[in-house]
Structure formats: structure tokens, C-alpha cells
Ligand binder design. Structure first.
Ligand SMILES: NC(=O)c1ccc[n+]([C@@H]2O[C@H](COP(=O)([O-])OP(=O)(O)OC[C@H]3O[C@@H](n4cnc5c(N)ncnc54)[C@H](O)[C@@H]3O)[C@@H](O)[C@H]2O)c1
Ligand SMILES: CC(C)[C@H](C(=O)O)[C@@H](O)C(=O)O
Ligand SMILES: [Mg+2]
Length: 369
């Protein structure tokens, strides 16, 4: 059956890393005999330039007609002075909201091959495998009013608002993931200050009654930010609201060695999802063949797993990434003096070759079995 994939490269390194996702998916479809149909759409600054809006209707229509969406990154200095209502980032927020993608999964893995690329000590990060479950369509990112006030616009207002149902559905999702993993859930909030966080805690406690086998702890976000670096192996699933999840996931990327290693999936209750790296458009390295494409390629693997239920295909991508890292190959964002530093394009090529080779080897082994 044909799987329709919307491809939204966006801005900066978005297009460079998207090339990696599409090339690994082509390798996967050739090896495993799938039919993937790609339709490209504009988003972010590229869409502002072409259509005057960061999320044109044509793009949203393509996404609504697709089984999954791949997104590179949006934003950059070129659009720093556009009106706040049409900033590139508004396009990203709008697509998440319009498609109801409330559950953002951000897994953080400390690859053994990259253990020395992190400024954190080896013994602190070596067993880390955690999952940040970030609420993605509520909170201060979307609360109204959000505006400037006063004669000279000297007052700025943002609103942090959640309704119980929004909290309930993300907390429920997080419990499900915790139950399927090591049955430990850390809920991160700021309940010593924020009313929304006190409600968040009530919901977590209520939902926990349905998951007696899952151990729950509440943690304040400032303390969580410290513990995530001090003893990251103490965490398994973390559930938190939109802005805390944004900040903690960039922080957690240091455990993996680089922001260029963190993939993400944004899901709703059916299987439709949007898959994008955690990083942004990296204007400082855009167009230089320096971007690490692995976060985007690993996001494509998450798409295979979560939207298409293609577990062995997802593993084929993840194993190929691991094999390339085993060879000592890495992009310049990873600080590994003994390794072999390659550009974006060569990194993509190497992962594709490993997918093809591994598939050919398993075919031969199967024939002799
Ligand atoms: N999902 C998204 O589209 C998304 C996410 C974050 C930021 N942004 C936007 O991106 C723009 C730049 O933001 P920023 O500089 O704060 O964050 P950024 O994530 O783009 O970059 C932060 C740092 O990490 C490096 N980096 C990021 N991804 C990398 C990769 N794949 N390979 C190698 N190095 C990588 C960059 O070179 C930079 O030094 C802003 O407009 C921001 O709003 C978009
Ligand atoms: C670009 C921005 C709107 C976005 C966010 O804050 O959600 C980004 O930082 C992310 O982590 O996906
Ligand atoms: Mg972010």
C-alpha cells in the first residue's frame, strides 16, 4: 500500500538534512519493497518568501492528505524583522496546532561511540536512555492574550493556559510509554509558583491510579534541569509542559553529544505524526555541508515505527546509523578528535550504504538458513 509522506524542508540546514531522510527512506523502500510517495511543501521563511505566509494553505492541505510529515527546520536571521504574526516559527506552531499533534516524543540516547563527544563525564552518561514527552499544542506558546500593551508598547503579555483535558491526554500518553519501558515516570513542573503546574500535578496523581505499576515522581523544573546533567541515568520517561520540554530537550542533547543527534515525533491519537529533528535551522553553518543529518534521519526512523508500524525498517535505519558511528565517522558538531570527520553528504551516503549492505547480508543469511 502506498504511504504518502509530506516533505517540508523549511530553512537553513533544513533542506540539507531533509535530503538525508529522503535518501534513507528510498533505501528502505528499495530494500523492503515499500511504496512511499513524497510531496514537497513550503513552510517557514521559504514559505514567507514565496507566498507571504509561513504556513500556506497548500502546505497544510498536503499534510492533511498525508500519512506522515517530515519537517526539516524553520527560521533564520533573514526573517528576524517580519511581523510577529508571520514569523517562520509561527508556521511550525500553526502546523502542530492545526493537526492536533499534542504529544512530542524526544528520545535521548547516549551512543557508546559518542560517549567522549559529550562534555559530561563518561560514567555519568554511559547508560542513559530516556524519553522526554513534551506537551506540544498548549501552554504559554498558544495562550491568549499574547500582545504588547501601553502607549509605547512598554508592556508585554503572554498567557500560560492549560485545560485539564489537554493535560490529561499527554499525561496518559506518558504513562503508557513509562509502562512499556522501565515503569518510571518523572513529571516536571513549577508547582511551587504556577497554578497551571498545580493542576498538572493533580492530573498526574489522578491518572497514576490507573497505572499502579508505574513509579511516579514530581520534580520542579529548576531542580530537574540540574539533575538531568548531574545524574541523567536516574530518569526514564519525563513528562512536562510545552516550554519546559523545549528547554530540557536542548539541554539533554548534551548527553547525546550534540543537538544534531536528537530526533522527535509529534503525534496525536491516530497514527498520523510529524517527524522533525529537535534542532533548528542552524544559520551559522547553513549551506556549508557541515550539518549533522542524523537527527533528521533518526526522525524518519521514528516515522517508520510510529506512523507506519514498520519496526524492522526503523531498526534498519537505526542500526545503519550505529554502524557508521562504529566506523568512527561523525560530523563536525561532534567533538571526537580520534574520529573521521565527514560532511553532511558523505554522512548520508554512508548510512544509505549500510542500509543496503545490511539488507543484502541478511538476504544471503536467510537463503542459507
Ligand atoms: N524545529 C525547528 O524548526 C526549530 C527548532 C529550534 C530552533 N529553530 C529556529 O532555528 C533558528 C536558529 O536557532 P538557534 O541557532 O537558536 O538553534 P539551532 O538549533 O538552529 O542551533 C543551535 C546550535 O547548534 C548547532 N546545530 C544545530 N543543529 C545542528 C546539526 N544538525 N548539525 C550540526 N550543528 C547543529 C548550530 O550550528 C548552532 O550552533 C531560529 O530561527 C530558531 O527559531 C527552529
Ligand atoms: C522553533 C520553535 C518554535 C520550536 C519550539 O519552541 O517548539 C523549537 O525550539 C523546537 O524545539 O521544536
Ligand atoms: Mg526547541
Amino acid at each position: 500500500m502506498v504511504k504518502r509522506i509530506a516533505v517540508l524542508p523549511g530553512d537553513g540546514i533544513g533542506r540539507e538534512v531533509m535530503d538525508g531522510a529522503v535518501r534513507v527512506l528510498k533505501a528502505v523502500s528499495d530494500c523492503f519493497g515499500h511504496d512511499f510517495k513524497y510531496t514537497e511543501g513550503l513552510i517557514g521563511g521559504a514559505a514567507i518568501d514565496a507566498a507571504g505566509t509561513p504556513l500556506p494553505k497548500a502546505t497544510l492541505d498536503v499534510c492533511k492528505e498525508s500519512d506522515a510529515i517530515l519537517l526539516g527546520a524553520v527560521g533564520g536571521p533573514k526573517w528576524a524583522d517580519v511581523s510577529p504574526n508571520i514569523r517562520p516559527e509561527k508556521g511550525l506552531l500553526a502546523i502542530r496546532k492545526a493537526l492536533g499533534l499534542f504529544a512530542n516524543l524526544r528520545p535521548v540516547t547516549a551512543y557508546s561511540q559518542l560517549i567522549n563527544a559529550s562534555p559530561l563525564k563518561k560514567e555519568i552518561i554511559e547508560n542513559v536512555d530516556l524519553l522526554i514527552v513534551r506537551e506540544l499544542t498548549g501552554g504559554i506558546y498558544f495562550g491568549e492574550p499574547s500582545e504588547r500593551r501601553g502607549k509605547n508598547k512598554e508592556i508585554a503579555v503572554d498567557t500560560l493556559l492549560y485545560d485539564k483535558e489537554e493535560v490529561h491526554r499527554i499525561v496518559e500518553k506518558a504513562f503508557q510509554f513509562a509502562q512499556a519501558r522501565s515503569k518510571k515516570l518523572t513529571s516536571v513542573d513549577k508547582a511551587n509558583v504556577l497554578e497551571s503546574s498545580r493542576m498538572w500535578r493533580e492530573v498526574v496523581d489522578a491518572v497514576s491510579a490507573g497505572y499502579p505499576d508505574v513509579k511516579v515522581e514530581h520534580m520542579l523544573v529548576d531542580s530537574a534541569a540540574m539533575k538531568l546533567i548531574q545524574s541523567p541515568e536516574d530518569f526514564d520517561v519525563i513528562v512536562t509542559e510545552n516550554m519546559f520540554g523545549d528547554i530540557l530537550s536542548d539541554e539533554a542533547s548534551i548527553i547525546a553529544g550534540s543537538l544534531g543527534m536528537l530526533p522527535s515525533a509529534s503525534l496525536r491519537s491516530d497514527n498520523v505524526g510529524l517527524y522533525e529533528p529537535v534542532h533548528g535551522s542552524a544559520p551559522d553553518i547553513a549551506g556549508e555541508n557541515k550539518a549533522n543529518p542524523l537527527a533528521m534521519m533518526l526522525s524518519a526512523a521514528m516515522m517508520l515505527r510510529h506512523s507506519f508500524q514498520m519496526e524492522k525498517e526503523a531498526l534498519a535505519v537505526e542500526n545503519a546509523v550505529s554502524a557508521v558511528l562504529n566506523e568512527g565517522c561523525h560530523t563536525a558538531d561532534l567533538n571526537i578528535p580520534s574520529g573521521h570527520c565527514v560532511g553532511t553528504d558523505e554522512m548520508i551516503q554512508k548510512v544509505v550504504e549500510h542500509i543496503n549492505e545490511n539488507h543484502a547480508i541478511s538476504g544471503i543469511l536467510a537463503a542459507y538458513a
